[in-house]
Design a protein around this ligand. Structure first.
Ligand SMILES: Nc1ncnc2c1ncn2[C@@H]1O[C@H](COP(=O)(O)OP(=O)(O)OP(=O)(O)O)[C@@H](O)[C@H]1O
Length: 223
C-alpha cells in the first residue's frame, strides 16, 4: 500500500512580481515501509515539501494522500488529529527535553498524550535497536551528537506514527556519525515497518536509502 501520495502539488511564496512557485505540479508516491531520500540544492523546496506533508503549511493546489486518506477531504480538526497520530516530523537533536533522560524523552510524550502506561517491552526494544541501551539514563547534554539524533528518532518510533519525515537529520554530525546514523535509521525503519522520507543535500547519505527523489526547478525526478 502507498503511505504517501502527492498529486499535482503547487506551492508559491510571495506576492506580485516577487511571487515564486517553489513546487510546480509535484507528484510522487511512497510505498509503505520504504526509506527515501529527498535531495536537491539549497532552496529547492525540500523543507517546504516536508512541511506540506506534515501539515505545517498548505499547498495552493494539488492533493496529498496519507495512508490512503485525502487530506483535503477531512475537516481541519480531523486533519490535525490524523497527522498527530500518523505523521512524525523528526526534528533535530535540539528537540530533546534537556531535563529528561533518554528513556523519559522517548516515552513521556506518548504517555502524556495518551495517558497510557509506558510499554516497557517496546521501550527496551527501541533502546536496543538504536544502540541506546547504555545511554538510557543519561541526559541529552551527556550524549554524543549521533546518540542524540538516534534518541530523537527513537521517540518517533515510540510514537507509532507510520510516517516519519526527517529534515537534514545529520546536519550537525560528522561524516562517520552521519553514515552510521542513516544506516541505523534505515535498518530501524525496516524493522519497525515505518515509511521514512529524509531531506538531505548529501548525496552519499542519499545513496544509503532505498530510493532517491530529487527536487529541481520545482519538479521532482527519480534518482
Ligand atoms: N515562508 C516563506 N516565505 C517566503 N519564501 C520562503 C518561505 N519559506 C521558504 N521560502 C523560500 O522557498 C525556497 C525553498 O525553501 P526550502 O526551505 O523549502 O528549501 P530547501 O531545499 O529545504 O533548502 P535548504 O537545503 O537550504 O534547507 C527558498 O528560496 C526559500 O527562500
Amino acid at each position: 500500500m502507498e503511505a504517501i501520495r502527492v498529486q499535482g502539488v503547487w506551492k508559491t511564496y510571495g506576492n506580485g512580481p516577487e511571487k515564486e512557485s517553489i513546487l510546480r505540479d509535484v507528484s510522487f508516491a511512497l510505498e509503505e515501509g520504504s526509506f527515501t531520500a529527498l535531495t536537491g540544492i539549497s532552496g529547492s523546496g525540500k523543507t517546504t515539501l516536508l512541511h506540506l506533508l506534515a501539515g505545517l503549511q498548505d499547498p495552493e493546489a494539488g492533493e496529498i494522500f496519507l495512508l490512503g486518506r485525502n487530506m483535503r477531504e477531512m475537516i481541519k480538526k480531523e486533519r490535525i488529529l490524523f497527522r498527530r497520530r500518523h505523521v512524525s516530523l523528526v526534528l533535530q537533536e535540539a528537540a530533546l527535553l534537556p531535563n529528561l533522560t533518554v528513556e523519559e524523552n522517548l516515552a513521556l510524550p506518548v504517555v502524556m498524550d495518551t495517558g497510557r502506561l509506558v510499554e516497557e517491552e517496546k521501550l527496551e526494544r527501541i533502546l536496543k535497536d538504536l544502540a541506546l541501551a547504555e545511554a538510557r539514563n543519561r541526559y541529552p547534554a551527556q550524549l554524543s551528537g549521533g546518540e542524540r539524533q538516534r534518541a530523537v528518532f527513537g521517540r518517533a518510533l515510540f510514537s507509532e506514527a507510520e510516517i516519519l519525515l526527517a529534515d537534514e537529520p545529520c546536519a550537525r554530525l560528522d561524516r562517520r556519525q552521519s553514515l552510521e546514523t542513516v544506516g541505523m535509521l534505515k535498518r530501524c525503519a525496516g524493522l519497525w515497518g515505518r515509511t521514512v522520507l529524509m531531506a538531505t543535500h548529501d548525496l552519499d547519505l542519499a545513496q544509503i536509502c532505498d530510493r532517491i527523489l530529487t527536487l529541481e526547478d520545482g519538479q521532482i525526478r527519480e534518482g
